[in-house]
Design a protein around this ligand. Structure first.
Ligand SMILES: [Zn+2]
Length: 288
């Protein structure tokens, strides 16, 4: 099951890989929305034949590599040994080495989430190429969920590769699923597109965004069309419960639209990891 790598090596290796990628996800979540905004502004100015932005009005140039990670409070670059996933945070007791202001616990939590995800995939499916691709899907879902929570965006640059990766995964590792995956991608997009227009015609409001359609299309490619009802039941069910709890607990969030992406991502993780078992239970209930 673990190909040639014994579990005693495969599992810690998986957790370590997830922690390191989780650390990178922190950077992507913090920077990608700003990078996209910069790109959209430049494209809009070009379309309007306006001169390029310069001076004080221009946003600072950032990408995923530069500048190096900095303290959000004082701007001091973080030394590599303080930037080691989770350990760096514990070593400095959650404070900046320079200004001693607290650093958000969100950073080590996301690193731990990344580690837990890759560990879960490898523990269930073994350590092989298929598991690495599956882990990539789980980590892209984590990134999308966090970006949607922060900015209400599900960038194409993440949802579309997730879809292609899903088709590639089926082609390489379970070609008998390819037909179901292609139908799943198309139907996943269409079903939310229909919901969107129905909701808009009835209420005049936009219930979700095109990013949600693309995300469900990607999940359909990964799981096959048979899982779409389960994905929708899980995401809408959890979304409704969380929505009600959040609005009761935090009055200022009442009436605020709740992003749907994190719930789709959550349903995606559950289905990617335990889809086989769930489908068995689901079919048993339907037959009953
Ligand atoms: Zn600082």
């Amino acid at each position: 099951m673990y190909s040639d790598i014994p579990a005693v090596i495969a599992l810690p290796l998986a957790a370590l890989l997830g922690l390191v990628i989780g650390s990178f996800i922190n950077v992507v979540v913090a920077r990608l929305p700003g990078m996209l905004m910069l790109q959209w502004r430049a494209e809009a100015r070009e379309a309007l034949a306006l001169p390029e932005e310069s001076g004080a009005s221009a946003l600072p140039r950032i990408n995923l590599v530069t500048p190096r990670s900095r303290c959000p409070q004082c701007g001091t670059p973080i030394a590599w040994h303080d930037n080691i996933p989770v350990l760096g945070y514990l070593k400095r007791r959650g404070r900046c080495a320079h200004c001693h202001q607290p650093i958000s616990v969100q950073y080590p939590l996301i690193e731990l989430a990344g580690g837990a995800m890759v560990l879960a995939v490898v523990a269930i499916n073994g350590f092989d190429a298929a598991s690495l691709l599956l882990s990539a899907a789980c980590l892209i879902l984590l990134t999308l969920a966090l970006i949607d929570l922060r900015t209400q965006l599900l960038p194409d640059i993440l949802t579309l590769p997730l879809l292609w990766l899903g088709l590639l995964y089926q082609l390489a590792f379970q070609p008998w699923m390819l037909e179901s995956a292609v139908i799943g991608a198309v139907a996943g997009y269409l079903v939310l597109w229909c919901f969107y227009w129905l909701f808009k015609l009835v209420t005049g409001k936009e219930g979700m965004g095109y990013g949600d359609f693309k995300l469900l299309a990607a999940l359909g490619a990964w799981t096959g069309w048979e899982m779409l009802p389960l994905l929708l039941i899980l995401s809408a069910g959890v979304g409704a419960v969380v929505g009600i709890v959040v609005q009761l607990a935090i009055p200022r969030l009442r009436g605020m639209p709740l992003p749907f992406g994190p719930f789709l991502a959550m349903a995606g993780w559950i289905t990617l990891l335990f889809g086989g078992y769930l489908m068995g239970i689901y079919q048993a209930i339907m037959l009953f």
